[in-house]
Design a protein around this ligand. Structure first.
Ligand SMILES: *Cc1c(COP(=O)(O)O)cnc(C)c1O
Length: 379
């Protein structure tokens, strides 16, 4: 049975469940995650022959005119959608957000300086660990004692702080910054799981980075938006490809970039424009997450959310079924009904629905209905 789709439960002769199809699947994966169907269809149509060039975009030189136009258009779309000021660079890199954890202190943290980390979850912990390998770093604030249920807003900034690092959306715990405290040191944000999900005042940040695979495209591309005067303060004794300056000075074409990923990223940005831009996408995301949070809040404790209400993420909705045995059954029945990716992160358990930009409203409606019906059956 695929939920709400009228299909009947089906076993073939080897007693295996019928394979899922795109039409019978609600993809709530945390990352890599859902991409807009129309983007995949357009990529499919262009896969063998890109715009009459007789070959795939994957098969051509990154130094050729055709690819270069795709590359520059993706950067331009990024700039326009985020209203990125002229004095910022937009860089495409590889290595994921995790490489950024190392590269940031490598490039910006020198002896005699310290870096401040806002601890709001597992990714912040990983970022801090890498900083400590490169130099001196400390915790500006932490919500660890509250099991990372809230966004720590009380920041304690020490003298001589080179930069402050924060995670704008905590993919695993399901919390998200709504406002950014004012600080007078360069602020760096890991926006891997909420980049391009809403308008952002880029000028508040010295640097923003994100792996593409949650909200921007396939894995393999990492976006870095960095202020030029901050970039100029970077150290220059690092290996060439591990210096931001190398990539900024060569328009992200110092070496072969992840060309197909950048093409896909550009198509996802085009799709965001077609949705009406970031304000429209933000409204949609609020509505989608609201559908599921409303069911949790109206359930009288049958479901409960992990995050404190004022810190709730619109991207990753983390919750539990109060009765642990029922929780297992909930996840099993949901999987049977075509909901994919609802298991919480292996480090925290429970349930998590990731409702990134590309997850349709209909998927969130179906999940809300499924949750209500499950409760009605088992409460
Ligand atoms: C997924 C994620 C990462 C890790 O990204 P990789 O590209 O796998 O290195 C880092 N930070 C946040 C907030 C994430 O959601």
């Amino acid at each position: 049975m695929r939920y709400n789709k009228g299909a009947t439960y089906f076993f073939n002769y080897t007693n295996e469940v019928e394979p899922l199809t795109r039409e019978t699947t609600y993809n709530f994966n945390a990352g890599p995650s859902a991409l807009p169907t129309v983007v995949l269809e357009r990529a499919q149509a262009q896969l063998l022959d890109f715009e009459g060039n007789g070959m795939s975009i994957m098969e051509m030189s990154h130094r050729g005119k055709v690819y270069e136009a795709v590359h520059n258009a993706a950067i331009e779309r990024m700039r326009k959608l985020y209203n990125i000021p002229e004095d910022y660079e937009v860089i495409f890199m590889q290595g994921g957000a995790s490489l950024q954890f190392s590269m940031i202190p490598m490039n910006f943290l020198s002896e005699g300086e310290t870096a401040g980390y806002v601890m709001s979850g597992s990714w912040s912990q990983k970022a801090l660990k890498e900083a400590k390998m490169q130099g001196v770093a400390y915790e500006v604030a932490s919500s660890k004692d509250n099991q990372f249920k809230n966004i720590p807003m009380d920041w304690n900034v020490q003298d001589n702080t080179r930069y402050i690092h924060m995670t704008s959306n905590n993919t695993i715990y399901g919390t998200q910054f709504k406002d950014i405290p004012e600080v007078n040191v360069p602020l760096i944000a890991d926006m891997s799981s909420d980049i391009m999900s809403k308008p952002v005042d880029v000028s508040k940040f010295a640097m923003i980075y994100a792996g593409a695979q949650k909200n921007l495209g396939p894995s393999g591309v990492t976006v870095v938006i960095v202020k030029k005067d901050f970039l100029e303060t970077a150290k220059e004794e690092n290996p060439t490809v591990l210096q931001y300056k190398t990539h900024a000075d060569s328009n992200s074409l110092y070496h072969t970039p992840p060309t197909f990923g950048i093409y896909m990223l550009g198509e996802v940005l085009k799709w965001i424009e077609e949705q009406g831009g970031l304000e429209a996408v933000d409204r949609q995301n609020e509505m989608k997450a609201g559908l599921i949070y409303d069911v949790i809040d109206a359930s009288e404790g049958f479901y409960y959310g992990h995050a404190d209400k004022d810190s709730r993420s619109l991207m990753n909705i983390t919750f539990r079924v109060a009765d642990e045995a029922l929780e297992k059954q909930f996840l099993a029945e949901a999987a049977e009904a075509g909901f994919v990716g609802l298991n919480g992160h292996r480090s925290v358990g429970g349930c998590r629905a990731s409702a990134y930009n590309a997850v349709p409203v209909a998927a969130c409606e179906a999940l809300a209905t499924f949750m209500k019906e499950f409760q009605a059956k088992h409460a």
